[in-house]
Ligand binder design. Structure first.
Ligand SMILES: Cc1cc2nc3c(=O)[nH]c(=O)nc-3n(C[C@H](O)[C@H](O)[C@H](O)COP(=O)(O)O)c2cc1C
Length: 361
């Protein structure tokens, strides 16, 4: 099934991809997480309305990464997928945008938010927020090149929010068709308090829909934040790793239906499914386990208040050890029937980058 508009062609507008009832949800792009296996798995638990690929790096010698491309061409969710680009080289941004439009994507999304120093030091991702004039040049090139919707994912500033209204004016001038706004500065990383009032500012300034992003951790907070800010919908990242049912739950709440409440047994089965989905032939078991542990860092925030699951899981080296730990905390001694906490337990911290190589985008 292709990831295009419901009519099967490249969409003319983003809003035609939105649900007819309620607000749209999106899975946030996450490098090393939201590849094809994770997208397909989330779709089984209740897909978001929109997907975004992890970013394609654009520079003079870059080629389209076939693994990232597969999340567009082999995605079997039937949901639209936006291709995200990161870069600032005008010639090669145009080259990538042209090349990518040969595939059934929902639109091209520009990353203006990545906070990793090795990225922003090259003046791409979040680094571009220090240079609004360059953002304008990049968007102009994309505007001229894109026959499909052009969208942006950004933060509210680099160091502070001084540039924010100027950057919004640039988005408006280049007629972007959707803005996903992570309500933190680049310096704010992933843990500072989100400043949702800037989402409301973007909603008031722009004609296009704005998706609110950053710390949307529960279905009820998604609904509350959309109502309070006037956002068109929500984009969810880490909480979708922790709770892959979250998009389905949001839809159920919006439709006045009873919300599905996963048990710890459901979580156990999800972890099993994740291991299988992420496994690659020929990769040593220890590496497969390390990769799964990056995801379990988020899952563990909803398993036990004391963080014992996180503590034990971080020490596992083999699949058997990991499975025994999952059995202990999710299945045995009546655990299987207990409900998973929809809200992450306060005071616990996910440390995915300490599990093997960094996956922070
Ligand atoms: C592991 C990881 C990888 C990420 N990779 C990307 C990326 O490739 N592109 C992007 O725009 N944002 C990336 N982000 C940021 C997320 O899309 C999102 O903006 C951020 O996690 C805040 O949303 P949340 O609180 O719902 O997780 C990444 C975040 C994480 C945790």
């Amino acid at each position: 099934m292709l990831n295009t508009s419901p009519s099967g062609t490249l969409p003319d507008t983003v809003t035609e991809l939105f649900p007819t009832l309620g607000f749209p949800t999106a899975l946030a792009p996450m490098q090393d997480v939201t590849g094809l296996p994770f997208m397909n798995l989330v779709a089984e638990y209740g897909p978001p309305d929109l997907f975004f690929t992890e970013y394609f790096r654009v520079h003079s010698s870059a080629r389209i990464d076939p693994f990232i491309l597969s999340s567009i061409t082999e995605n079997n969710s039937g949901k639209p997928v936006f291709a995200q680009l990161i870069g600032e080289d005008l010639e090669h941004i145009a080259r990538f945008a042209l090349e990518l439009q040969k595939y059934p994507l929902a639109g091209i999304d520009l990353n203006l938010g990545c906070p990793a120093p090795r990225v922003y030091r090259k003046n791409v991702g979040g680094g571009l927020l220090r240079n609004p004039a360059r953002i304008n040049e990049v968007l102009k090139v994309l505007r001229d090149t894109c026959q499909c919707p052009l969208t942006v994912k950004t933060r509210i500033g680099f160091e502070d929010t001084t540039n924010f209204s100027e950057v919004l004016d640039i988005f408006a001038a280049n007629q972007i068709e959707l803005l996903s706004l992570h309500a933190r500065t680049v310096r704010g990383g992933y843990r500072s308090a989100p400043q949702y009032e800037f989402v409301n500012q973007a909603v008031r300034r722009l004609d296009c829909p704005v998706l609110l992003n950053g710390e949307v951790n529960t279905p009820s907070s998604a609904i509350k934040l959309v109502r309070e800010t006037g956002a068109a919908g929500v984009m969810i990242g880490r909480s979708a790793i922790r709770n892959p049912w979250i998009f389905r739950q949001i839809r159920q709440l919006q439709n006045g239906q009873e919300m599905f409440h996963p048990t710890l047994m459901d979580v156990y089965l999800y972890v099993e499914a994740l291991y299988l989905a992420l496994s690659r032939e020929g990769i040593p078991e220890e590496k497969q386990v390390a990769r799964l542990k990056k995801f379990l860092n988020f899952v563990g925030l909803s398993v036990d208040q004391d963080g014992c699951f996180l503590h034990d899981m971080r020490r596992a080296k083999t699949r058997l050890q990991l499975n025994n730990i999952c059995q202990k905390y999710l299945v045995k001694q009546g655990k299987a029937k207990e409900l998973m906490s929809v809200t992450p337990y306060q005071g616990l911290v996910a440390r995915p980058s300490s599990e093997g190589s960094s996956c922070q985008g």
